[in-house]
Every structure is written in C-alpha cells, then in structure tokens.
Write a protein that binds this ligand. Structure first.
Ligand code: ADP
Ligand code: MG
Length: 481
C-alpha cells in the first residue's frame, strides 16, 4: 500500500460514559434533550461553584482498565487544562495530567494477515467533555449547546503499535466491542459517543526510528479513521519523496473530499498550563474497590471467543460473528444450555436468526423466539423428524409468525414431520420401482442418473415427507440387490 514505507499509528480514543449524571455535577447526561437544558451553574462555569466527583466515572474507568489488563493507579489527582473556547465556559477542562487512572495493558487485534497482534495501551485517564458548537444550523451564527459540557469521558491512548489503516480499523472495532460489552459507552461513533484522533507518521521499511507525526482530530467513524490514515500516510510519503519534511501539526479530516487539512502547527500549539485541580480532592483507589469491580465484570469478548473456539470447537469465523454483540452471544450461550449440537446452534444464530434481525433491523433483545424453541428445532432435525430445509423454510418462518408456539406442534399441525420410518419409506420405494420396471432395468444396466427419477417419485408419493437421506440409502440398497 505504501511502497518502501511503513506507516506508524497511535490512536487516542475519547469514550463518552453512560453515566446518568455528569462528571462533576448532578446535571443529567440524557442524549437528545432540548439544547442547554441539562445545565447548572457548575456546567456553566459560574464563579464560586464547586465540582463534585461522580464516582461512576471511576468505576467505569476501572472496568476498562481491568479489561485491558492495565495497572490501576492508587492515588489519582485531577488537573486543570486551561484554554479558551466558546463551548468551554469554565475556561479549563478538568482532566488527569500526570496521574492517569490506568497505565499499561493491551488490546488484542488481528493484523492484515489475520494473525493475533497486541496493541499496547499507554494510559487511560478520566476527564470531562466540552459543550458543542454547532456551525451548520444558522447561516450567520455559531450556536452553542452546553448539554454535553461536563459529561464524563475516558481517554484511551494506544502505543504507536499500529502498522496499517486496516489494523487501526480492527483496533477501533475491538475497542468499540469492548466498551459495549462493559456497558460503559454505547460506542456509536457517528453520534460522537466515541471519537478518535489518529497520530500518523511514516518511515522507510526496516528503519528503527519513528518519523515525525501529525495528529488528525475528531474522526467520527471507523471507516473515516481508515481513510484519514491512508490519505495522511500517502501525503507524508509524497512530501518526504519530494525532499520535504513532516512537522508536528494538528490536522482535520474532510470526509467528503477524503483529505486531511492542516489546522494548526506546532508553533501555534496551546500551552495548557496544567496545574493540580484545587477544588477536587485526590481520589484513592483501594484494592477492595478494584476486586469488587473485577468480580462484577461482565463476560469479555475475548474470553467468550476463546470459549467458543476451545470448548465449543467452533471455527474462528463462527466465533467472530457470534461475539460481535454481547446480547447475541449470550442468546447463543443460552441456546447451548438446551442443545449439545453447538455447530448447528451457531449455524442457526449466524444464519436464520441474524438474517431476520437484519431484515427487520431489530436487535436480538427484540427477537421474540426463545433459545429453547430453536433448540427444539435443532433436536427435530437431528432426530430425523424433519429436514434442515423444512426447518429453515417452513418451521422457522411459521415460528416467526407465531412466536409463542411450539415448533414441534407447528410441524405436526402442518404435516412437516418427515417419514423416517424405514418400513413406510420402503413402501413408497416399492411403489416407485413397480411403476417403472423398464427404468429399473436401465438403471441396473448402468444408467445411474435414473436415481433422480426414482427419488422424485418417492418424494411425490410421500408428499415430500420422506427423509431424503434415508430414502436414497434404501433405494440404492433395493436397486443393487
Ligand atoms: P499529545 O498530547 O501530543 O496528543 P498523547 O500522549 O496524548 O500526546 O498522544 C500521543 C499519541 O501519539 C499516542 O497514541 C502515541 O502512540 C502516538 N505517537 C507517538 N509518537 C508517534 C509517532 N512517531 N508516530 C505515530 N504515532 C505516534
Ligand atoms: Mg493528543
């Protein structure tokens, strides 16, 4: 993709937390509320107000840290990051500068060849969001909505371990899955609940030193992160090949044109004058708090994936599709409490069930059929009471129409139980062979393609209910006697 060059990427991800109230006040964080309604003197930055720390932010930060295998810091200090902006009424952001809540750890991803790769985590720290400046609603003015001011964020900073746009894509997909499993963020990048800054540099393949990086800010979809990195790496290579050099700068991404644009250079960089936040006490994280969060940690995507491939012996592909969504895989695990045919269970989930969810654009939590009912269908197919085709094309659709029903009853009422009684099938075979005595001779003389004709006859006279596998078997035996 980049010729003699290699791209080096480190991502900073802002994760908006699903707390009920803001990071340092009791204002609501409800999304979509009337502009400037979730505010108070604290989020408006009135003088004399004091912040109060929302302990949920810490709990969610510990959850993410534990899931990444990070070290959780005991003594946490908040810091003021000072800058002037219209949507930041206090004139500073409360963040963590030198004492991030978490250090170290990793997120496992697939590299471009599909092998496991470790992306190191530098740090995770707690901070607050700013308000929102809206530039496209009024032709003459910028509108400001302060509902978001003070909403808690975690910032997750990766090591510069990412080596391609696809790896960045895979990493973000993993992180999004993780925060959704952990129920700390809805992961919707398009709505801004997860925002990503991409630090990109290039270097000649084989070189040990990193090149100078640029930082492309506020990417709002995983696809755009991919596009921005690809463009930015190519741009940097062109500059270097033309004899120029890369300077540290902040860039933006124009999603329509697919290009990154310089916003401010290092000379213009802010000096944030960080200093310890005097209005908030230090937060001490005790061992028992960490173990209590740990004991309540939900199942993690990687653990479930491992269980599916090892204990359930599913393919990596099947396990990958199943674990994309927590609720979906929990449904699958529930289903596996009722059947031992895990492969069939995975096929039903990733096939029929998934396509219903896609067609109706519903989530598994809105799916009306119960795991027990699907297990019942699997059992009917396995026992030969019905075929996979009938189960998929008749029983399952009928169940969708009538989700309270028992699949077995539905099949019986509609005559979808297939004949797997060998005596009954033998009678149909006898009938078919008697009907075409000369064809039987032709078959015996070597015209094996006549099998189709006999099978068709058997299916016809059994009204489609003969178990095809058994019928073929018995027909062969009979003809080769
Ligand atoms: P800053 O305050 O400058 O944004 P951070 O520590 O928040 O610094 O983030 C730096 C990010 O840049 C990290 O994700 C890190 O992995 C990444 N990074 C550092 N050096 C390079 C480089 N040479 N090329 C690409 N990414 C880099
Ligand atoms: Mg940065």
């Amino acid at each position: 993709m980049f010729g003699d060059y290699e791209v080096v990427v480190g991502l900073e991800i802002h994760i908006q937390l699903l707390t009920k109230s803001k990071a340092y006040s009791s204002d609501s964080t409800e999304f979509g509320a009337l502009p400037n309604s979730n505010i108070s003197p604290i989020s408006l930055g009135h003088p004399g107000t004091l912040p109060k720390f929302n302990h949920k932010t810490l709990e969610y930060g510990i959850r993410l840290g534990l899931a990444c295998g990070s070290t959780i810091r005991e003594e946490n200090q908040f810091a003021r990051k000072n800058y002037f902006y219209a949507d930041l009424p206090k004139g500073y952001q409360i963040t963590q500068d030198t004492t991030p809540l978490c250090n170290g750890g990793e997120v496992m991803i697939k590299d471009d060849e599909g092998n496991d790769k470790r992306i190191g985590i530098t740090r995770i720290h707690m901070e607050e969001d700013s308000g929102k400046s809206i530039h496209d609603l009024d032709p003459y003015h910028t509108l400001i909505d302060l509902n978001r001011a003070g909403v808690p964020l975690l910032e997750l900073v990766s090591e510069p371990d990412i080596r391609s746009p696809q790896e960045a894509y895979n990493y973000l997909t993993e992180v999004r899955k993780l925060v959704r499993y952990l129920e700390i963020c809805d992961g919707n990048m398009e709505e801004g609940s997860m925002r990503c800054d991409a630090n990109v540099s290039v270097r000649k393949k084989g070189s040990k030193e990193f090149g100078e990086r640029t930082e492309t800010k506020n990417l709002n979809s995983i696809r755009n992160v991919y596009r921005a990195i690809e463009f930015e790496a190519k741009r940097q290579i062109e500059v270097i090949e033309a004899g120029g050099s890369i300077h540290m700068e902040t860039r933006g991404f124009d999603a329509v044109k697919g290009v990154t644009i310089s916003q401010r250079s290092k000379e213009m960089a802010h000096d944030y004058r960080y200093f310890p936040e005097p209005d908030l006490q230090r937060i001490f994280v005790k061992e028992d708090e960490i173990s209590s969060v740990k004991s309540e940690l939900p199942p993690l995507p990687n653990e479930v994936f491992r269980r599916l491939t090892k204990d359930f012996e599913l393919s990596e592909y099947d396990a990958g599709v199943l674990t994309e969504d927590k609720e979906f895989v929990l449904f699958f695990l529930d289903l596996c409490e009722h059947t031992k045919n895990y492969k069939a269970a995975a096929n039903w989930m990733n096939g029929a069930v998934k396509s219903v969810l896609n067609d109706k654009t519903i989530h598994i939590s809105e799916f009306k059929i119960k795991p027990q009912q699907i297990a019942e269908i699997i059992e009917m197919v396995d026992s030969g009471a019905t075929s996979n085709t009938i189960a998929n094309q008749k029983i399952f659709p009928a169940l969708l129409e009538n989700p309270e029903a028992s699949p077995k009853k539905l099949a019986e009422e509609n005559n979808w139980i297939q004949e797997s009684n060998s005596d009954a099938i033998s009678e149909f075979i006898e009938e078919a062979l008697n009907k075409f005595p000369e064809k039987v001779e032709e078959y015996k003389a070597g015209k094996k393609s006549l099998m189709g004709l006999f099978m068709g006859e058997v299916m016809k006279s059994s009204k489609g209910k003969a178990d095809p596998k058994m019928a073929t078997q018995l027909l062969k035996e009979k003809l080769e006697q």
